[in-house]
Design a binder for this molecule. Structure first.
Ligand code: 5GP
Length: 148
């Protein structure tokens, strides 16, 4: 089970930010770092992280979130240009049950190579959808909105 971020146990990403662990850096500013994933599921698989050590997206400050959002499209364009992939997925996991392994917010940019199969072919998605129940949805939307 991964250890959540805490002042006494910096995550691997905090150690990368500090320069204690090397990375293949592609971008850095005062609030954001981007580097290649060490176990890519496609060539160019890139992680974009805030410098702020928030464990999950809901814990991230508005300032860091804005900084992350501001550079994401630019980094996506660069990944696409460098890999030749026009298609890609953004993935952002929060919590162990949602496949988060490193408890420092990160956005995966995962190129989707055309006609690739198996290893290196990018993200496969299990999407267990069914039609919405509009009555339940109206109540749920109202409940979510009350928390904003
Ligand atoms: P998560 O499942 O938490 O969304 O994804 C964490 C990602 O971090 C994984 O894709 C994993 O390969 C990557 N990762 C874990 N440790 C390191 C590391 O030390 N360096 C780099 N570059 N990536 C890492």
């Amino acid at each position: 089970m991964p250890t959540p971020a805490s002042p006494t146990s910096p995550t691997i990403f905090t150690r990368i930010i500090r320069g204690e662990i090397p990375c293949h850096q592609v971008y850095r500013d005062e609030q954001v770092l981007a580097f290649l994933d060490i176990n890519p599921i496609a060539p160019g698989h890139t992680l974009v992280i805030p410098i702020e050590p928030a464990a999950t997206m809901d814990a991230l400050s508005d300032e860091s979130a804005a900084a992350l959002g501001r550079v994401l499209p630019r980094i996506c364009r660069a990944v696409c240009a460098a890999t030749g992939c026009a298609d890609y997925n953004l993935l952002q996991n929060n919590g162990a049950a949602a496949h988060q392994a490193v408890f420092h917010v990160h956005v995966h940019i995962i190129p989707k190579p055309a006609h690739a199969h198996g290893h290196g072919s990018g993200l496969g998605i299990d999407w267990p959808a069914r039609a919405i129940d509009h009555a339940a949805a109206a109540e749920l939307a109202r409940r979510i909105a009350t928390h904003l």
